[in-house]
Every structure is written in structure tokens, then in C-alpha cells.
Design a binder for this molecule. Sequence first.
Ligand code: 5GP
Length: 140
Amino acid sequence: MSDLDTLFERIARGEIPSYRVYEDEHIFAFLDINPLSRGHTLVIPRVRYERLEELPEEVGAALGRALPRIAAAVIRATGAPAYNVLQNNGRGAGQAIPHVHFHIIPRYADGSGLPHHWPARTLDKSEAPQLAQRIAGFLA
Ligand code: 5GP
């Protein structure tokens, strides 16, 4: 276990100081220490799960309940006209802290916020039906 593994649990317990914006039984939210823009907020489960797919349903539901409320508060408090929600899973996807966290990142007219780079490709329709079916199969 490294210090990074337990960092967010310690923040949620108040053992490491943070600028808290919300907490309930399952959830803790606080300002990011290196914000991409003013009001950049992190929303975490109190208990550490490394990746989204590992969350128990109850914790996922608690995040689902809290996120829209926290996003609304960030937007009202900052006056930002737009925002992104980002959630990285795995080092290859840019996850630095191995504890599930959602970024709420206000986007301002001056361009500050999540850099916008969306190199979209065309869906391969020869594979799409099987791929959709395969994903659906794992959900059944
Ligand atoms: P990731 O790259 O894992 O999706 O994002 C980790 C985020 O946690 C980064 O935006 C980083 O600035 C933030 N962060 C890392 N350490 C701390 C800390 O000690 N306190 C706070 N408030 N944020 C942190």
C-alpha cells in the first residue's frame, strides 16, 4: 500500500486537510488541489475502490444521487456557463490516485477547464452488432 492508495480515504476522514464542499454517509467532495479551473471539485466514495466497475451498487447509487446536486452547487457558486464530468480508470486512462473519483470541472469563456480534444472515429458497422451483443451479454 502506498500513500497514494490511502490519500483520499484519509482526506475523507479529515486526517488530511481539504476544502470540503459536501459529505454524507457514503460520499465526500472537496476542491482539487491542482484545479484545471476555478471550482474544480472531486467527488469520492469514503471507502476506497480503485475503479468504477468495482463499486458496490449502494455506493454507485450514492454517487449517482450526490453528483447532480454537487454539480449544480459548483455551477451556481462559480457562475461557470458549462462544465465537464471526468472519471479516469487505470493508469493508461490518466488515473493518478487509485481511489474512484469524479472530477467536476467548470468550463469558462476564457477556455479554462478540461482541454477539449475529441478525436472521434467512425463506428465500424461490420462489427457493431456483435460488439453490442457481447457487451449486453455481460450485463445479462
Ligand atoms: P486523477 O488523475 O487520478 O483522475 O486525478 C487525481 C486528482 O487528485 C488530480 O486532479 C489532483 O490534482 C488531485 N489531488 C491529488 N492529491 C490531492 C490532495 O492531496 N488534495 C486534493 N484536494 N487533491 C489532490
